[in-house]
Design a protein around this ligand. Sequence first.
Ligand code: MLT
Length: 263
Amino acid sequence: MIAKINGINLAYTDEGRGTPVVLLHAFPQNRAMWAQQVDALSKSYRIIAPDFRGFGESDAPLWHYTLDQFADDVNGLLNHLSIRQAMLVGLSMGGYIALGFYRKYRDRMKGLVLADTRAQPDTEEGRAGRFAMAQTAYTKGAGAVADIMLPKLLSPIALRTRPDLVQRVRAAIEQTQISGIAGALMAMAERPDSVPLLAQIACPTLVITGELDGPTPPADGKLMAGTIPGARLEIIPQAGHLSNLEQPDAFNRALLDFLEGIS
Ligand code: MLT
């Protein structure tokens, strides 16, 4: 489905009935990465999964992107769907956006899942890497971004043994417009430090991390779970950064246990 939100066409999935659960995708992916979660969860919950501006079937304007703006788009989508409160599940960049959403719209958050993400801002070196990747996207195209990102997104074992999964993740990157890739890189590079926010998070929270996650390793998950009051930590064995794609059954089980506990 498509809705006009904050001046752009935003594509989203809306399936199932019950307590709303919003799935926020990673960079540079789109809402298709949640297919197995939509299947498993929409039997008991209303699952909403947007393509962020710049990704998937949403518009990718050539302009300045910020994490606040992504959070505003999620807020606008909830308004459009007349949903007052929802659980938010954000993976990696989706987690940065969920934290940004909490900062601005905490009354709308019924529960929070932070998967394969981190609260710390980029380091100087990390910001330089974002700048370099934006130039690579601009001069060489999304295929070159896929070459850089695939070893970060998937574990070495998945890269070696799961060609279908590798192809699926690569295809999503290659379909992404350069304006979206560069815009999101700028937004992530400029994101604020969310570590001071963690102790203030008052809604039920689950932190999930793939055991083999390179970009946001289990130590990042432990920091969040150890600081957010009452948060639980779930480490998914044999999973890299996109833990929901590498180990969907374990990921869905952790998510369903958590959702059942609070809905
Ligand atoms: C993601 O998976 O969303 C990205 O790896 C996040 C990042 O680059 O910081």
